[in-house]
Design a protein. Sequence first.
Lengths: 263, 271
Amino acid sequence: MLGRYVRLLWIQLRTSLTTSMQYRWDFLVEGLMAGVFALLALLPLWVFQSTTRTLEGWTFPEMVVVVGWFTLLKGILDGAVNPALMEVVERIRQGTLDFVLLKPADAQFLVSTTKFVPWKVVDVLTGVLVLAYGFTSLGRWPMPLHVLVALVLLVSSCLVLYSIWILVVSAAFWVVRLDNLAYLFTSLFDFARWPVTVFRGAVQLFFTFVIPIALMTTYPAMALLGKLSPRTGLLAVAGAMLFATLARLVWLKAISKYTSASS
Amino acid sequence: MSRLANTLRAYPTLLRIGFSEMLAYRAEMLVWILATTMPLVNLALWHTVAEGGKIGRFGQTELIGYFLSAFIVRQVTGSWVVWEMNQEIRSGRFSMRLLRPIHPLIAYTAENLAAIPLRAALSLPVALIALGLVGGAGFLKDPALVPAVLLAIFGSWLISFLNQALMGCMAFFLESSMSLVYIWTALFYGLSGYFFPLEFLSLKTPRATAILHGLPFYYMLGFPVEVVLGQHDRGEVLRGLGVEYAWVAFLLTLTLVLWRAGIRRWNAYGA
């Protein structure tokens, strides 16, 4: 059972890879631009550094770590999560989702793996470079345990982002035109480039619990810096699990309601 | 001469058509406007940094004024002609434009200008609500400078439109000129004052601000915003407008030259 899904995943990945190989020029440009945009994200921080202040206890190199993590996560999101789910929204609109549902495999698995954008790997690598830059200017490297915690949080935050997407897609079964909502969500994600302590009051609560950008970038960065309390970490992971389960349930409910585009 | 008269007569109709098209997409428009989060993302950062006191001339209230104005200026000066030109040139639909008895570039300006009223109508309330929530910010006091605000914003629109038309003309020669758009966007983000008021740069390198004031990007965002906030006296505004419109003239010339060459090539191969 599991072996079959691994094989399926591999086939889907290979298809995406072959498709994207057709556009090598795009690969180059996209890669270059990923680097440029990561540097741009650092620009405000450089200026911030010259004011010689700290921000709620965050120093310049520590904020660079957050931006690095942001870039890395955005790479994963744009490469492995967003494209496939954008595709589903389009298929629901056109009615071609039926072909997916007919196939003898879990529909959520199939739609989540229909499309990858392999060249977003460049974004991920850029993120790692920015992280390295942050730790170099900090003058120390993260402990292996802390890296492990950060990776666990990375998986949780991908899970949360993916679940938000699945919820959006499920909603598309009812209201069809949703690419805009998706777009809006992507732009909200931009707030994740600063530590969540930048925000005040209600906004901070919003970004911690409703759109959990704290979980996505601030907590993993804190974990890498060795500043995250175990309790917060565990709660974050538990929250992510809960969210993913909820999304799966909503998906199952939605798919049972689905009655193709024409009917 | 009759061609000019024709154009002038047709222009209001073109604007009206453009406006109706925009109206049809009002929901999408609202989403686009709400998705312009970058000024707010940066406001969040600098607002918190400024808790420790003013940064240069900017305290918390000035920063709010700056980024909300940046949000509005960005909304009303945006254009998308490069996307349209790329698509039309690649698909061949561009030939239709050439058949019409009006210069395609003029027609594009009408389509893009027609979006401004709706964009303003949708984005101003957003900014006003935000302004109400945070409790006011200082704006310009000298009434003589109000026309200058309009001129500065219109110039910003012209720079953005002409630059996009210029890159659109590149599509006559390249397979797709979208990568140029990415590069321009990156430069715009970094050098226009979208991330922070440009004078913050002089904290680090004193000369940087002066150099950036010579480039077109500053006039697309930073300059109009600073004029709105009343940060420049009449002399400075006049000088700024001079540089801004010099860029407009430069870009216009370049666009027209490239347009001619492009059309010649299009007639030979494209159509």
